[in-house]
Write a protein that binds this ligand. Structure first.
Ligand code: THG
Length: 270
């Protein structure tokens, strides 16, 4: 699976403080831990930080890339901010693979962000929601996902650069959603061959729940069995990463060997 690190997010106090004061050391430490844990992509989200968000994005992306050569996903719910930030980060880091996280399937939003991805050669995450918000059923998720996928393919993006996110919500407020997300992935996986990637922001499922780590790793295994192949998650959570590795061995996504955890780490060179 493709592990996106969730940890470089201004929602976390250490990152928020680092961005507000432009302190690189705290960012370097987190990024090194995430890469050592198995992160393939570093998702960066400013959260509630102060200052100019475009400058902060450029600063944070540069700082991340001082200690990692992994791709970087620029994570914001504000399309206008992404439109400004993507070209600037592109110029600052010409050798870094970038992803846009995220667009909705609302024509006004994807009509701007998909061409931005095509122009700058980035990957893109498409949420299965529109102007009306996150759907309460499977059908609407599938409709939004298919619409986003078709629009992205027509604009020349390759399936490998397209990530569909069926949006997982906290189980304590939206108890049917974990099931809806898995069913939406199953249905969307057959819409195109080769299929796009399927991703979720895993920790959303357990926000404000007790034993959130247990919920995260149980749900990750369930979603991988439904066809998920990427997640925004804490790559430094060893139990979580090892649950994912064992699930992939059991799903025959990794060649089995007796020491399959070690084999996985060797493959990643970590
Ligand atoms: N889909 C896409 N992008 C996303 C999300 C998604 N980006 C943001 C978010 N959701 C994924 N990232 C996080 C990061 C942290 C948490 C959840 C999702 C989180 N943190 C703990 C909390 O709030 O309880 C800990 C915070 C702390 O310790 O301070 O839950 O769904 N495409």
């Amino acid at each position: 699976m493709i592990i996106f690190s969730e940890r470089v997010n201004g929602m976390y106090r250490d990152i928020r403080k680092a961005v507000n004061n432009h302190e690189k050391a705290a960012v370097h430490k987190i990024v090194k831990e995430q890469v050592a844990g198995g992160a393939d992509v570093i998702d960066i989200n400013l959260g509630p930080t102060r200052g100019d968000p475009v400058e902060n994005f450029v600063w944070l992306a540069r700082t991340v890339c001082e200690v990692s050569d992994k791709p970087v996903a620029l994570d914001s719910a504000k399309p206008d901010l992404l439109i400004e930030a993507v070209p600037k980060v592109r110029d600052a880091l010409p050798d870094t693979k970038l992803l846009i996280n995220s667009s909705t399937a609302d024509p006004a939003c994807m009509g701007k962000l998909i061409p931005l991805a095509a122009e700058h050669g980035t990957g893109i995450i498409g949420l299965t929601m529109d102007k009306k918000g996150v759907p309460g059923d499977v059908d609407k998720r599938v409709e939004c996902g298919a619409m986003f996928l078709m629009t992205a393919l027509e604009s020349g993006l390759l399936p490998g650069d397209i990530y569909i996110d069926p949006i997982i919500l906290p189980i304590n407020v939206a108890p049917k959603q974990p099931w809806h997300v898995m069913e939406a992935i199953r249905q969307l996986a057959v819409v195109n061959d080769p299929p796009p990637h399927f991703i979720i922001g895993l920790s959303n499922v357990s926000q404000n729940c007790l034993r959130s780590n247990l919920l995260n790793r149980t749900y990750l295994v369930m979603a991988l069995a439904a066809g998920l192949d990427a997640a925004i998650m804490d790559a430094a959570d060893k139990d979580l990463v090892e649950a994912a590795i064992s699930a992939e061995a059991l799903l025959e996504k990794q060649l089995y060997s007796d020491d399959y955890i070690k084999a996985w780490r060797m493959q990643k060179d970590i």
